[in-house]
Design a protein. Structure first.
Length: 413
């Protein structure tokens, strides 16, 4: 059964003219695919005049999204990369993802030592052991929540290693990061800007404490240590909201991997023949990883702001406009991906997905996320474990993160 599959709707030009694609309930209920098919076909660059976030433009085709991503001078990341603006009375977090060069270049360069091939190889050894241990401890005689038992512990552990965190911080950091990209509303992770601000302040104070501890030890290789030791960012503690934004960006990128770890189980449940292919040929694992990211689209959108009047497709976009790139739509663009709605680990161009963005803002955590997915698939195959969903997946209420709050599964012979 295709849990949560969207129903085809009749989208007329009149309906599309007043459409707000950003409603988070669409993504929570996984009912957005038909809408984006209609937009790609009828209005690939679409203007929404009125939404809870204000007016904005949607870019839905793969080719147009790439064009926006790769022109950072016209489509700026300065200040914000999510559709909603932070209210001016509250602190605004900043990071290299929400900056343009030269600040972007300096801060990205500062954290690169934490993501070298050598360091990732070291992290992979411990991560494989962690995944193997978690899988071995799964119950074989009852249902369990995959998010709670596997996806969250795996990503929490990786974040903990990247930042060299104590156990109590490993579980709190993903929550803090998710809050930062959540627009407060009833039913969301935080329901008011005041609640969000309280979380941000707790996050900030903890990071400043860790910063003070790390800057004195030049032997450490974690992300906070790298920031405190780099000449480009050594004074970042004097601008703590920038530190919050930078740490949240890196940790949040890995948190997106949690959606992919869970999405892989949903995908293989819906298409069990694909798992059989993987069992027969492990050489397909790398392509399967790319296809999981394409099909799941862990990050639903990114936003840019125009620095001048410009044109996308047939539409003229004014200066200062919000431009939202819907990765989830570009990754299902039938002009690029044949049978784009299908999960297919044999797909020849699966690596052309937009899951990590493109251009200067391409996700720094790409190789970490791919490593986690690859290790999970390898260890699942080694364990000869097969899983099936026993109830529909529960997704979080968000138009930014395609993540799962609960995924009840059981092992099958």
């Amino acid at each position: 059964m295709l849990y949560g599959a969207d129903k085809e709707a009749v989208w007329s030009s009149k309906t599309l003219a007043v459409l707000d694609p950003s409603l988070p309930q669409r993504f929570q209920h996984n009912s957005h695919a038909a809408m984006f098919r209609a937009l790609r076909r009828e209005a690939p660059v679409h203007f929404c005049p009125d939404s809870p976030y204000g007016p904005y433009w949607s870019v839905t085709r793969h080719e147009d999204i790439l064009a926006v991503e790769r022109d950072h001078q016209v489509f700026s990341s300065e200040n914000n990369i999510i559709i909603g603006d932070v209210s001016p009375e509250f602190d605004v977090t900043r990071a290299f993802a929400t900056s343009d060069p030269p600040t972007h270049t300096q801060e990205r360069r500062a954290v690169l030592p934490s993501f070298t091939r050598k360091r990732l190889q070291v992290l992979a050894v411990g991560m494989r052991q962690k995944i193997r241990s978690l899988l071995a401890g799964l119950p074989r005689d009852r249902e369990f929540d995959w998010v709670e038992e596997i996806a969250s512990p795996v990503t929490n552990s990786m974040v903990g290693e990247l930042f060299d965190l104590a156990p109590e911080d490993r579980s709190r950091l993903p929550y803090w990061c998710e809050v930062l990209v959540t627009t407060p509303e009833p039913g969301a992770l935080v329901q008011s800007w005041e609640e969000r601000q309280a979380v941000v302040e707790t996050f900030r104070d903890r990071l400043l404490h860790l910063w003070s501890d790390r800057r004195e030890d030049t032997r450490r290789q974690d992300v906070i240590a790298a920031l405190s030791h780099s000449p480009d960012t050594a004074q970042m503690n004097h601008n703590p909201m920038r530190l919050v934004g930078t740490v949240a960006l890196i940790a949040g990128a890995n948190e997106a991997a949690r959606g992919a770890l869970s999405g892989s189980i949903v995908a293989f449940h819906q298409t069990p023949g694909q798992w059989s292919l993987l069992e027969q040929d492990r050489g397909l694992i790398d392509n399967a990883v790319s296809e999981i990211v394409r099909w799941q689209s862990p990050i639903i959108h990114m936003r840019r702001t125009t620095t001048q009047e410009t044109q996308i497709g047939d539409e003229v976009i004014p200066e200062g406009a919000r431009v939202v790139m819907w990765y989830c739509s570009g990754n299902r663009d039938e002009r690029v991906f044949e049978d784009a709605e299908d999960f297919n680990i044999l797909r020849y161009n699966a690596d052309k997905h937009l899951g990590y963005g493109s251009g200067i803002h391409r996700c720094l955590g790409q190789h970490v996320a791919e490593m986690e997915l690859r290790l999970l698939l390898e260890e699942l195959l080694d364990s000869q474990m097969r899983l099936e969903l026993v109830e529909p997946p529960q997704r979080i209420l968000s138009n930014f993160s395609a993540n799962y709050s609960k995924l009840v599964v059981r092992t099958v012979a």
